[in-house]
Ligand binder design. Structure first.
Ligand SMILES: [Zn+2]
Length: 169
């Protein structure tokens, strides 16, 4: 879930909700320079679409999650989570655009890794098969033979007992 907003004057905002993590990316482009501020907050899964307001100074982002709204202030090149509801007097809503695919630079690709680990269980299958072969080889090996003279354990292929030299049948 990614929302983007054009805040004017070379400013753009991208808001992502991946799992319980909300990532806010604020880009400010001025002549010859580009600044980017990013903040990641653990606010839970959004229960409504975020809303961005243009204030007299800066912007206020409203994120609804966990049955309560969170307010994030974007002002003076910094992003901060507000502990209380800001004064919304004269606030003007800036339209947000929903984009299906998330922005290309996503450090949040990590949650996919546990899924890839699922293939490792498939790789273990040859191991199980080799263990099966071992079972076959042990079962095919002959039952132990013992020397009739001294009771020494002998191989079936042995013609004489290695212990006492008794001729084996
Ligand atoms: Zn023997």
């Amino acid at each position: 879930m990614t929302y983007v907003a054009d805040l004017g004057q070379g400013q753009s905002l991208a808001i992502d909700n991946i799992g319980t993590q909300t990532t806010i990316t604020w880009e400010i482009k001025t002549a010859g320079s580009q600044q980017s501020q990013q903040m990641s907050l653990s606010l839970g899964k959004w229960s409504a679409s975020p809303i961005i307001y243009r204030m007299t100074h800066g912007f206020v982002l409203q994120i609804e999650s966990n049955q309560r709204p969170y307010y994030v202030r974007l002002q003076s090149n910094s992003i901060s989570l507000l502990s209380e509801v800001p004064l919304m007097l004269g606030a003007e809503e800036v339209p947000l655009r929903y984009v299906a695919s998330s922005s290309p630079k996503m450090p949040e690709m990590k949650p996919l890794e546990p899924l890839r680990m699922g293939k490792m269980t498939m790789r273990m299958e040859p191991m199980e098969m080799s263990m099966g072969n071992m079972n076959v080889s042990t079962s095919s090996s002959s039952t132990p033979h013992f020397c009739s003279q001294c009771g020494n354990k002998v191989k079936e292929s042995d013609r004489f007992c290695s212990q006492c030299g008794n001729k084996l049948s």
